[in-house]
Design a protein around this ligand. Structure first.
Ligand code: 13P
Length: 252
């Protein structure tokens, strides 16, 4: 069985003291939860302080981006060994905001994912169509392109460490979530792509999260779909109450 994974992507929010307060509140409410996996992805500046807080709990730490080289003259960048050193178990790559605002491509996403895997960090690889893609009927083609090219060259052994986040761009920060049927349809398709790239057995081990306006009110129905294995939560992860409720709604 795939273990449900709920990750909070704090994006460019929360200074250090705000991050610590949020992490502490989440820890108080969720430290004893074993049924599902919880990941907090604060900005780089708060990673170390949040790690201190979640250290001996089941709450995992994730970063929001990485650079693929190990070290060197790459001003402003942070490497996978650095994230490892700070205690990250996960790192988001290829978020649509990075694809849109920072020229992220499948090729750079792929380099980042592979660099993370080398350090034993699980990449959370984001894929998903824009509204115009959906309207043009090219959702599956876009998602296939993202999955195949972002995961190119990742071996069969490594694939179960990868988490895929299906985030339809039109659902991010809009309050408009994909329906459970829309999510399931694409998640199933993504699993089919993984199966074609490797085989069904390995595809069945990969967790596929849904992201885009996830709230306490809609998580239960999304998670009840067979190929929806968790959520990557943006806005609702910035308040302890809503994030904790999302996690709790996934249990039982
Ligand atoms: P929202 O939950 O705010 O729609 O953001 C989703 C997202 O981008 C998570 O990575």
């Amino acid at each position: 069985m795939r273990r449900v994974i709920i990750a909070g992507n704090w994006k460019m929010n929360k200074n250090i003291s705000e991050s610590m307060e949020l992490a502490n509140s989440i820890k108080r409410a969720l430290y004893d939860i074993l049924e599902i996996e919880i990941v907090l992805c604060p900005p780089f500046t708060s990673l170390s302080d949040v790690k201190e807080i979640v250290m001996d709990t089941n709450i995992m730490l994730g970063a929001q981006d990485v650079y693929w080289e190990k070290e060197g003259a790459f001003t402003g960048e942070v490497s996978a060994p650095m994230l490892k050193n700070i205690g990250c178990e996960y790192c988001i790559v290829g978020h649509s905001e990075r694809r849109q605002f920072f020229h992220e491509t499948n090729e750079t996403v792929n380099r980042k994912a592979r660099a993370l895997l080398k350090e034993g960090i699980s990449p959370i690889v984001c894929v998903g169509e824009r509204l115009e893609d959906r309207k043009a009927g090219s959702t599956f083609a876009v998602v296939k392109d993202h999955v195949e090219n972002s995961l190119a060259g990742i071996t069969r052994d490594e694939i179960p460490k990868v988490v895929i986040a299906y985030e339809p761009v039109w659902a991010i920060g809009t309050g408009l979530n994909a329906t459970r049927q829309e999510a399931q349809e694409v998640h199933k398709y993504i699993r089919g792509c993984l199966s074609a790239m490797h085989d069904e057995e390995i595809a069945n081990l990969v967790r596929i999260q849904y992201g885009g306006s996830v709230k306490p009110e809609n998580i239960k129905e999304l998670i009840s779909e067979p190929d929806v294995d968790g959520a990557l939560v943006g806005g609702a992860s910035l308040k302890a109450d809503s994030f904790v409720q999302i996690a709790r709604n996934c249990i039982g």
